[in-house]
Ligand binder design. Structure first.
Ligand code: ZN
Length: 203
């Protein structure tokens, strides 16, 4: 799977939920029943009117750049559908976002709410650049399933400008005000640029 297809999968899930009644959504998406039901309800109450267009715009931009890992779902969409509100379990949201079980488990049980010391330790003898979907905290930077789901990739140095351009185009085309999710990818981490943040890189 590449970054575009991984994002498309989530977008298609949302569009599919829009066609279902809350009860149907609950049954079909049994790995995140409460969340699917909630999205369906919001849609049928016409509280997600601006969401389809934003999703199509994001899909179109990401398809054009074809990044090796998927960007975070548009933060405005995530806010509107309730990804960030605490009514749903980390497991439901994690399954919706196609996060592997091993990573959801470490996120919730070890309370790893960011890229932490343990991750940096894994990078000690690793001289490459790693790109991670923003919002996703892997149980390990080398989690096989996370690589398979295009949530992490090893980034070639020559691909950095492409990712920067993608960030900028998403930011300009889909303005939003979620300050913590200004970027769609996590910091690029490597031994070389450890400590310098993606925010600095993108300047
Ligand atoms: Zn994992």
């Amino acid at each position: 799977m590449n970054g575009y297809l991984a994002l498309r999968k989530i977008i298609d899930t949302i569009f599919d939920i829009f066609t279902l009644s809350p009860k149907e959504a609950r049954e079909k998406y049994f790995l995140f029943p409460n969340f699917a039901e909630h999205i369906s309800k919001l849609f049928h109450e016409e509280r997600l009117i601006d969401i389809p267009e934003r999703l199509e715009i994001q899909a179109e931009i990401v398809k054009k750049y074809n990044p090796p890992a998927r960007p975070a779902l548009d933060p405005y969409v995530s806010m509107q559908i309730g990804v960030f509100n605490k009514n749903f379990s980390d497991w439901e949201i994690g399954h919706f976002l196609n996060y592997p079980d091993c990573c959801i488990k470490s996120f919730t049980e070890e309370i790893r709410y960011g890229i932490d010391e343990k991750h940096f330790k894994e990078m000690e003898n690793f001289d490459k650049i790693i790109l991670i979907t923003a919002g996703f905290i892997p149980h390990s930077l080398f989690c096989k399933k996370a690589f398979q789901n295009s949530l992490i990739c090893i980034l070639e140095e020559k691909e950095i400008p492409k990712i920067k351009k993608l960030e900028i185009e998403l930011f300009n085309s889909l303005p939003h005000f979620h300050s913590e999710y200004k970027y769609h990818y996590y910091e690029i981490i490597s031994n070389k640029i450890l400590g310098s943040s993606y925010k600095e890189l993108i300047k």
